[in-house]
Design a protein around this ligand. Structure first.
Ligand code: RIB
Ligand code: CA
Length: 317
């Protein structure tokens, strides 16, 4: 059976991704670890605990991680997900408590005890993963695979013109992770847009189901909906972390992906958090990758109708 560690900065799209994994019966969520990002670590932790309770699925231990990026002050996304990260509608009143062990230590212990089996899913900034790599690089070589929601993929940034939020919060950490040598699959922001987003019909189906987790999934994304309506007058909820979890759970939704060399910009202020993705097609340079070894498989196209069908079925089943 597959063994997952999910590292999350639990905003509202993270909550949907967490419920997808927790409601899956063909894998074990060994642990959920929290990191600062969408919201400060305390809220990310409360939101994740509440999501575990509501999911009506697996009840894994939760460990609290980094309260600050490696080198920079925290930048949150409360303007998108709400002050509490979950739609500001009084949904968050967890009764579960986190474990006392630090997330980084829990990650390393699980990897040592399950050598070659642990798949890490990052759906927030990767500060915890970078800290684990810095603390015990030999242990981290025993990670089976990393799936990461991050980078703008082959499109523009969502936080700056060139940077996606999870990388922008801690680009140094993302660079450390991408240079770790661990087999990595990137789900960029570009494949999470368009038909991958929930529309009004999707959300009406979820609300009409009356299932606690389905209703929670719509309600906690209320701020994200309001943000999209205000920004582009679109009645949609884009769920990057849910798309990333969809790739983890249902690899058949990946229509096209490419082995690439990905470089994280950490020096130039204007480019901070940009991930330059070289798919080897620029033949002006003889070997395509400019002498670099590819370090990630990057998703290029997702079967959106299949993704949404599977997601709705999982939440209302
Ligand atoms: O850019 C999208 C990512 O940033 C998602 O993980 C979202 O939850 C935020 O963390
Ligand atoms: Ca997230």
């Amino acid at each position: 059976m597959r063994k997952l560690i999910i590292d999350t900065d639990t905003g509202s799209d993270d909550a949907v991704a967490l419920m997808m994994a927790l409601k899956s019966t063909n894998l074990k969520v060994e642990a959920i670890t929290t990191v600062c990002g969408n919201v400060p670590i305390e809220l990310a932790t409360k939101n994740a605990l509440m999501t575990i309770e509501v999911a009506n699925g697996q009840k894994p231990p939760l460990y609290v991680g980094a309260a600050k990026p490696l080198m920079r002050d925290l930048v949150t996304a409360v303007n998108v997900h709400g002050a509490d990260g979950m739609g500001d509608c009084q949904l968050i009143h967890p009764t579960l408590l986190p474990e006392s062990k630090h997330a980084v230590d829990a990650i390393l212990e699980l990897i040592e005890n399950n050598s070659g089996e642990i798949e890490i899913v990052t759906i927030g900034p990767v500060t915890n993963i970078a800290l684990a790599l810095l603390k015990a690089p030999e242990t981290m070589k025993k990670v089976k695979h990393i799936y990461t929601m991050g980078t703008s993929g082959f499109g523009p940034g969502n936080t700056t013109p060139v940077a996606e939020f999870n990388v922008y919060v801690d680009a140094e950490a993302y660079s450390i992770m991408l240079n770790s040598g661990i087999p990595t699959t990137i789900i960029g922001f570009d494949v999470c847009l368009g038909e991958a987003a929930w529309n009004k019909e999707d959300m009406d189906v979820l609300l009409a189901s009356g299932k606690e987790e389905a209703v929670f999934a719509v309600q906690c994304n209320r701020s994200l909906l309001a943000y999209n309506l205000e920004r582009s007058n679109e009645y949609i909820v884009d769920l990057p972390d849910a798309v990333a979890m969809g790739v983890v759970l249902w690899d058949e939704i990946v229509v096209e992906d490419k082995l690439c060399y990905c470089y994280v910009c950490t020096i130039e202020a204007a480019a901070y958090g940009q991930v330059i993705i070289n798919d080897g097609s620029k033949l002006a340079i003889s070997d395509g990758f400019a002498g670099h070894m590819p370090n990630a498989t990057v998703c290029k196209t997702i079967d959106n109708p299949l993704f949404k069908k599977r997601l709705l079925e999982l939440l209302i089943s």
